[in-house]
Design a protein around this ligand. Sequence first.
Ligand SMILES: Cc1ncc(COP(=O)(O)O)c(C=O)c1O
Length: 397
Amino acid sequence: MAAFFQSLAPQAPDALLGLIALFAADGRAGKIDLGVGIYRDDMGATPVLRSVKAAETILLREQPSKSYLGAEGDARFTALLSDLLFGSEPAFADRLTGVQTPGGTGALCLGARLIARAAPGATVWIGSPTWPNHEPIFREAGLAVRFHRFLDPATGLVDLEGMLADLGEARPGDVLLLHGCCHNPSGAQLSPAQWQAIAGHCLRLGLTPFVDIAYQGLGDGLDADAEATRRLVGQVPEALVAYSCDKNFGVYRDRVGALWVSAESSAAAATCRGNLLSLARVLWSMPPDHGAAVVRIVLDDPALRADWEAELAAMRARINGLRASLAAGHPALAPVAAGRGMFALLPVGPDEVGSLREEQAIYMAGNGRINICGLTQASVPALVAALQPHLRPAEGK
Ligand SMILES: Cc1ncc(COP(=O)(O)O)c(C=O)c1O
């Protein structure tokens, strides 16, 4: 009998998971893990948030049933999250529709499948570098993917000119994927003027933006981090927005997210909703409930919500404090202070990443991406000292 699975190609294991195993096996004192993308406190721990624990206690006590919810998930969760992201009653509210998804990844997959249904010939344009899961998510949905310049490797800053030039090759009906805030892997921020230029480009070229926002509140604040997404969605006739609660509520394994589509009209939004629900039915039937119910309880209760906002503000302050300290260590690290979110790209190549790991017990992704939260104020000098021989001196010095 023919071996059914023989045609499958072997797949490379996830590089970051491999890094976790290497780090765990490293017996050196003072080793530093800057690899995996989760928030860590000053003790290197990722505890469950106080507000989340309190909401879980309430859920345990008061949940009346575990019977099925529909494919849309927890509608109150999505409504509260919509307010958090878009503000209450945005001008486009009547042409906006949202559903709960299993994390931000689920939201991106659902959005990709909707695009493949609506416009199977569309190309999805993605900035380079990006979160490694973006490209396969769209390709697995059967869509073409092309990359445009986003970050100038020489300066560590956004290359808007290069981005818009590359997008000159896009066709009307193509999709442009954008990070709403806290770019992964670089932390690079688009200025309001740059967002405006991108919105103008989308309108001129007939591109549909797909915003991926996975870190609201971990950059400059809840409203500040949502501002670009709000403006963009308000300006274009159609858009998709994928959201993850997994980082800002610290509920990673509970898989909490949502997808919104803003359509040309409320009738078009209703049709999009029907399609989202039918796609969700075949992908996961309905999303996991626990994490979304917890987020709903936190957002619905003024005291818990205030506590969550305080916890989020503390995470943000820790990240931005570490960014400032690291940037102060060497002129070549200056872009780290201007960036936001958990990640930064260090100006080091794969060989240097290898020697930092082998000689200094400092672990980071092969492209030089670091999770800022893997640092403490006490370990920043050790990182700067280890990087010193690999960094270019400042211009003119
Ligand atoms: C840019 C970006 N989008 C989406 C996600 C997916 O998040 P989730 O864990 O909720 O699927 C991540 C996770 O690392 C991310 O960095």
